[in-house]
Design a protein around this ligand. Structure first.
Ligand SMILES: *Cc1c(COP(=O)(O)O)cnc(C)c1O
Length: 372
């Protein structure tokens, strides 16, 4: 008799996120269908209010996706054509697409090899060597691990730069007792289906503690309108639709519980893999990560990836190539720690659809590989 085939494990499972709340999501969508209101109506308003309340304070302005959330956030804090914007190169190209889309120029900051997040010391060097010219810093809370926000915000303020946090992977993360997103001048969220808070399509939001920034973002997302047909500033169209907002209102109720499952799975990996020769994620003492990914490092990444793939465990590589090496963004930057991270990272399945037994199976396969 052949062994039953274990199910394939993936690094994200948006369908499981739907199935877990299917009845509530169907009812929410039905509510929109019969309301006759499909754009900027009560569901968007409700979600914006509820997501702001989730942070405990602040303002939420929804937009069409996470990339446009970064664009709108940057413009809302006054960044525009020709400005230098410091960010990292181990991120999704979206972060840099947004910077370029508004005519600004990206500058890439080296990461801290321990966390794989923007290094405050490297940021300080960039801010000093371009004194007064770097107008904004876009730190990325990669894998759901909050960057060293107190230090980064302090450095940016001292050098006259705004901070726009890229929170596309960090819904719910906390550092030094305060949620990521609440430290900078503005923050950008994505609700792409694989994110910790995911819609059933595209979606995004600008978060800010500053009412004036929220007001500008609100104008920018719809043609510069405060009042219908009156464009006060040059704006654009970037709106979240009512159906996605209704879905997100359901999903938001479960975000903390689902992040709790992620944390439990992550802690199980950390315990189970503690003796394996892999570099495990390190958590800053004051941080509560959102565990969007559980990312290990090994110079033998390709061998481990293939070993797990043969056993139905499909790992992600976020991200294989630094942005400054992408054809569209190629420049002469060289950041050795960033490049090493891109060569070594492997993201194990950690989403809420992964059971403790799944974690044990992945762990056992990795231990088997390391002993072979
Ligand atoms: C997903 C993501 C984005 C872009 O979001 P979209 O909704 O796909 O436009 C930006 N930054 C990071 C770090 C992301 O993970």
């Amino acid at each position: 008799m052949s062994r039953p085939v274990a199910p394939t494990l993936l690094t994200a499972d948006p369908k499981a996120g739907f199935v877990a709340h299917a009845d509530e999501i169907r009812a929410a969508i039905e509510r929109v269908l019969v309301s006759g209101h499909y754009i900027l109506g009560p569901e968007v308003e409700g979600f914006e209010r509820e997501f702001a309340a989730y942070h405990g304070a602040g303002h939420v302005v929804t937009v069409a996706n996470g990339t446009e959330a970064i664009e709108v956030a940057l413009r809302a804090v006054g960044i525009g054509a020709g400005d230098l914007v410091a960010t990292v190169a181990n991120t999704v190209t979206a972060t840099v697409c947004a910077i370029q889309q508004i005519g600004a120029r990206p500058l890439f900051v080296e990461i801290d090899p321990a966390t794989m997040l923007m290094s405050p010391a490297a940021l300080e060097r960039i801010l000093r060597s371009h004194e007064g010219k770097v107008k904004a810093v876009v730190p990325v809370h990669l894998y759901g691990h909050p960057v060293a926000l107190p230090a980064i915000v302090e450095l940016a303020r001292r050098h006259g730069a705004k901070v726009v946090e890229d929170c596309a992977q960090s819904h719910g993360a906390v550092i030094a007792g305060k949620r990521a997103a609440m430290w900078g001048d503005a923050a950008a969220y994505s609700f792409y289906p694989t994110k910790n808070l995911g819609a059933l399509g595209d979606g995004g939001a600008v978060f800010t503690m500053d009412a004036a920034v929220a007001e500008r973002a609100r104008l920018l997302r719809q043609y510069g309108w405060r009042q219908r047909y009156v464009s006060e500033i040059p704006g654009r169209n970037s709106r979240l639709d009512e159906i996605q907002a209704a879905v997100l209102r359901v999903k938001l109720k479960y975000l903390d519980a689902e992040n709790g499952v992620r944390r439990e799975r992550a802690n199980r990996y950390l315990a189970g893999l503690s003796t394996v020769p892999l570099r495990l994620p390190s958590v800053a003492p004051t941080a509560v990560p959102a565990w969007h990914q559980f990312t290990v490092r090994t110079p033998k990444r390709e061998a481990l990836r293939a070993h797990l793939a043969e056993r139905g465990i499909l790992c992600g590589i976020l991200y294989p190539v630094p942005i400054y090496r992408q054809p569209a963004f190629a420049d002469s930057t060289q950041l050795p720690e960033t490049e090493r991270a891109c060569d070594e990272v492997l993201c194990l399945p950690v989403h809420p659809g992964i059971s403790a037994a799944d974690v044990d199976r992945v762990t056992a396969e990795i231990i088997g590989w390391s002993n072979s």
